[in-house]
Design a protein around this ligand. Structure first.
Ligand SMILES: *[C@@H]1O[C@H](CO)[C@@H](O)[C@H](O)[C@H]1NC(C)=O
Length: 354
């Protein structure tokens, strides 16, 4: 009798484990291949080889690019080099990137930039907010952009007990932002377990000097976040759930979920097309290839455009798709005057004329 119980429990345990494996493979699109969609005039951006995880662009056409992310479980081609912020002026004839020097007094050696967001105050000063993972912690760094010198002055490091495993950020006012948390646990083992059993314990946080609070919960892994042109809605990518949550902003900064746009790709960073209000989503068509990196069968890239976001039936089209032969692991895309920039977690960056 005792043996029978043990055998039954073992069988049930193995069946559950098998079921979890199948579910995980489906969640990360382990079997998906991409059909190429490539605009005519594209070229790789010279000077970016070790990632361009997030990009934000000013209305004037200045693009900021975070590079050199070290993130547990993801490949890094330059694991020993600190991260950098690059800048590219899309108004130039043949725009080139340059690394922005950072003022002294900031620990540059441990700089590990992830999600970024620009903010322009009423005096037209430009600030860059950067999610940073020094020594694998999470902080938010505030920099002032010196347009003349083309450099960054470090102003402040924000730390808070709720700011853990931060992925992306969108700034709404001076020192006021929403940030996403992509994992509930911080230990590597528990993070794996979390993905395996899909706990949906991650969230969106609101931060201001006066108040810090969780404003939306129930994400498998909250990732990219951005705000609509009219500042009434926030769009949040749930990367492993392969969807985008459309959320309404309330006066007290709380968020309520209006709807979820389901996709068949792992959605990373979200950017708004300044001319149309469409969402541009940097996506991972097959995340198995990201997690188990093989240069002979690399992870592909995919950029989707979501039009009529608030309508009953948003329209979804593919702006760019590549098997990884050109661009690996796309995480973000921005547009400005028919120029498209696509960034990647750890690989290169692409410039296209649309
Ligand atoms: C990328 O990283 C490699 C290895 O550390 C380094 O040799 C190379 O110069 C880096 N490239 C750029 C453009 O930073």
């Amino acid at each position: 009798m005792g043996k029978l119980v043990v055998l039954t429990l073992l069988g049930v345990g193995l069946a559950l484990l098998g079921e979890r494996f199948v579910a995980l493979r489906e969640r990360i699109n382990a079997d998906r291949e991409v059909k190429p969609v490539e605009p005519q005039n594209c070229h790789l951006i010279e000077g970016i080889e070790n990632g361009s995880e997030d990009i934000d662009i000013l209305p004037s056409g200045l693009a900021f690019i975070s590079s050199g992310l070290k993130y547990p479980g993801m490949p890094s081609f330059a694991p020993d080099e600190p991260g950098q912020i690059f800048m590219m002026d899309l108004n130039e004839q043949n725009p080139r990137v340059q690394a922005l020097p950072i003022s002294d007094g900031f620990d540059k050696a441990s700089f590990n930039p992830h999600g970024i967001s620009t903010f322009i105050d009423k005096d037209h000063t430009v600030y860059l907010y950067v999610v940073n993972h020094p020594y694998m912690k999470s902080t938010v760094e505030i920099f002032k952009f010196e347009a003349q010198q083309r450099s960054l002055v470090h102003l402040k490091t924000i730390e808070h007990e709720l700011l853990q495993s931060v992925n992306d950020i969108v700034v709404l006012g001076p020192e006021q932002f929403y940030a996403t948390r992509d994992h509930y646990f911080t230990s590597h083992f528990l993070r794996l377990l979390e993905a395996f059993i899909d706990l949906q314990w991650t969230y969106v946080l609101f931060y201001s000097p006066k108040e810090v609070k969780v404003v939306a919960e129930g994400f498998s892994s909250a990732n990219g976040i951005t705000v609509s042109l009219d500042k009434k809605y926030v769009y949040v990518a749930d990367v492993t759930a392969k969807n985008i949550h459309v959320m309404k902003i309330h006066d007290n900064w709380d968020l309520t979920r209006l709807k979820v746009i389901q996709l068949d790709t792992l959605v990373d960073n979200l950017i708004i097309d300044p001319d149309t209000g469409d969402i541009l989503a940097g996506c991972h068509p097959n995340a198995m290839k990201l997690l188990i990196y093989n240069p002979k069968d690399p992870p592909g890239s995919e950029v989707l455009r979501i039009q009529d976001v608030l309508s009953e039936k948003p329209r979804i089209s593919t702006v760019y798709a590549n098997s990884g032969s050109v661009l690996q692991g796309s995480s973000v895309a921005v547009v400005h005057n028919r120029i498209l920039l696509i960034g990647t977690i750890f690989h290169k960056a692409l410039y296209c004329e649309l």
